[in-house]
Ligand binder design. Sequence first.
Ligand code: HEM
Length: 401
Amino acid sequence: MTTDISALLTRLADPATRPDPYDTLRVLRERSPVLDPVSGLVVVARRADCEAVLRSPGVSSDRRGAGITVVPQQPNLINLDAPDHTRLRRLAGRAFKPRVIERWRPRVEAIARELLTGIAEGGGTADIASRFAYPMPVRVICEMLGVPRRDHPVFERWAHAIAYTVDPRLVPGRLDAETIADVEEAREGFAGYFSELIDARAKDPREDILSELIAAGEDEDRLTRTELVIMCILLLVAGHETTANLILNGVLALLRHPDQLGLLRDDPALAGAAVEEVLRYDAPAQMVTRIAGGPLTVGGMEIAAGSPILLLLAAANRDPDVHEAPDVFDITRGDGGHLGFAAGAHFCLGSVLARLEATIALSAFATAFADPVLVRESLRYRPHIAVRGPDRLQVSFSGIS
Ligand code: HEM
């Protein structure tokens, strides 16, 4: 395989690489940290280097105007630095505390059960992506935000379109005007929708996250209307494709490793550990970007102020310096953790919810069907790079267990 950085990034951006980017990621990790002269990105892919950048106070998350994302960015949590970030994170954090999320467990279990029962009744074969992994997190986050059921399908479409906003520009000019127009349409659609919903909840608060966000903070420091709308869009987008892909990457890894599926089926209490291993072995969030706030030294490399940095989390998660036999899927490994939710100030706000949903989904999947087998030719990946996973994954089974 080539070791030319631009060629490797071009390969990573190529949809043909989506099913298995790990060889390309390995070579990038071995060469990192390194500057790609074509995109101008500094590629960081070793675990220790990624962690150092994520935790460095001299590194900015404000990519707006930096030209490193394929779609223009909004001033949301993900794109802001302290002190704006600290304030928003504190206000939003209230709605994502473990004890608030834990209240949703029975509802999440019921949604998983309902979806799997629907599949089992259909018999024979089913697409786990469209019937389970995608609808589940949309339903959960829509219910949490208080979006009525009849509006869930349009939310799924908008969320799909808007998911391109987190893709970094690995290769110049990769997205066409039509995709950008779809993103804009989705943003406008969400903004109009949430504005009305915010009015309704402000008058008549309920037990949902939106009411919690409206009420968050002291009187003089509430989220403004615009901040609320942008936050709702972010929560929907950040919590939808990522969680669907975590479930799908998990189902796929389990089907490809029947011994591991057997372990989980025999002991569903292993589901939490299985979720951690999927976050490491086949991370839904493959990469994030940063900007060097000032001059920076990473892994012995001097990075100039203002340089865009590409952090390949999925490569760091398989760093042999941290994980023994890193390319092996082993739900009992329990070693050095992972960067699946990033680290530092921007560590995933929804990690508790994502873990809850995926744990319930994987244990329910492992115990729902008799003899589940992957229909190999059905497997198809979404074109997105940063949040990566299948959008079609058929399973055949001999019955329900
Ligand atoms: C941030 C991954 C689910 C909300 C992040 C980041 C990662 C990530 C890697 C850091 C981005 C960066 O540093 O640039 C994931 C994965 C998920 C998941 C893999 C599921 C498997 C969720 C859910 C929600 C959520 C369910 C909420 C409903 C957020 C928010 C941020 C974030 C709001 C921004 C936090 C900040 O910038 O302070 N997520 N996420 N995520 N995530 Fe998640």
